[in-house]
Write a protein that binds this ligand. Sequence first.
Ligand SMILES: [Zn+2]
Length: 222
Amino acid sequence: MRTVMLWCCAQTWAATGPYEHAVADRVSALTPPRGSAPICDQIPQAGLASMPDDGVLWTVIDAGRTYAQDVLLDTIAYAARATHRALPGLAPLVVGDMSRPKGGPFPPHSRHRFGLDADVGLWWVGGHQPWPWRPVPVDQLDREATLRFVRHLGESGRIERILLDASLIRALEAGGPVGVGSVRLVGTADSPGLLQPAAGHRDHLHVTARCLSPNTVPAQSR
Ligand SMILES: [Zn+2]
């Protein structure tokens, strides 16, 4: 197990220039060479790190349940920071379950095994995020904050998919185009977008990071 220096990294990004450039650099550094195929069903040799509680930009509900690979921790932190920067006054993003310290089965979740999945809250109209989570009525979703957060996740290039209830995806679409650069947030019949409809996701977003590094250690199994 390792501790993670998110404050260090986030501060470095802020000091060195626009987030977009910093993220682009990190994406290229993390992206595996062409031709290599990372294994995504194990945890990295280096293990998983825990998401530290920030208290302002995000809040961690249970530190023992928020272990993940750096790609996920850094990207959640980046998107939360960028969203707060654009919309001062928002409540902290509520970070729910990621993975257990050594990965492996994490009931009742069917995923969350390899440090690449995170459940995070949704902002309601007024900018708050209640805990415990409860289903967000369509007219109570803070569209601007949610869309910004999702776009920042998308622009990182490090997120595989984001699961959300279909009715809430439609609410996000209702205000106009929701793409970011070349990233398609909402899919078509032919190709899935970053945001994908999933039952059971009216009260939170399920964020899955891309597998960017080879994994060599079997996840804990018990
Ligand atoms: Zn989940």
